[in-house]
Design a protein around this ligand. Structure first.
Ligand code: AMP
Length: 169
């Protein structure tokens, strides 16, 4: 991933980690049922996956979370976990893109990557989940003063430059 490569830190995508568990097992089928319907996997599945990954040595110098935390409960569990390690989040990047543009980008991604959750119906469900369950995470981090807004409507190069400026990197 471009940003984690530039920063030379691991990229931790919970979506990617969950997709890797979608083998033909009871747990895999359970995870797939959440992803394929655009619903959030339950915290008892997501949190152990990410904390196990965070304990690996390559994360000790920092990491880039992608798609995590997605609920206020996940954010507060992450804060507790990091506090035990005497660590904390430095910054939360809020990439702002309007929903019509998001829909177009995800439908395009469906053509390129073939992700089963990039259908029109699932995109609508995921946007609704974002509004109801993930947007409050921004308020949670606003109170900590670490949210930085990025205009995600611009080109990938411009967005990348804005993020680096914002991070001072
Ligand atoms: P993503 O690859 O980040 O777009 O995530 C794809 C799907 O994986 C989401 O729509 C959820 O079903 C699931 N997922 C990813 N991250 C989380 C998370 N932090 N909490 C719950 N479910 C998640």
């Amino acid at each position: 991933m471009r940003l984690s490569d530039h920063l030379a830190i691991p990229h931790l995508s919970t979506g990617e980690m969950l997709r890797q568990t979608c083998a033909d097992t009871p747990l895999g089928r359970l995870v797939a049922s959440y992803i394929n319907n655009g619903r959030l996997a339950p915290d008892f599945l997501v949190v152990p996956i990410i904390t196990k990954r965070l304990a690996e040595p390559d994360c000790h110098g920092g990491c880039l979370f992608d798609g995590f935390p997605r609920t206020v409960n996940q954010a507060s569990l992450l804060d507790e976990y990091l506090a035990d390690l005497d660590a904390r989040l430095d910054v939360v990047l809020n990439l702002q893109v309007d929903s019509d543009q998001l829909r177009l980008r995800l439908l395009k991604r469906a053509e390129v990557e073939g992700r089963v959750d990039d259908t029109d119906e699932t995109i609508q469900a995921r946007l609704e989940v974002f509004r109801s369950q993930t947007a409050p995470v921004l308020d949670y981090y606003q109170r900590q003063g670490i949210v930085r807004g990025i205009d995600g409507m611009r080109s990938p190069d411009d967005v990348f430059t804005d993020i680096l400026t914002c991070l001072g990197s």
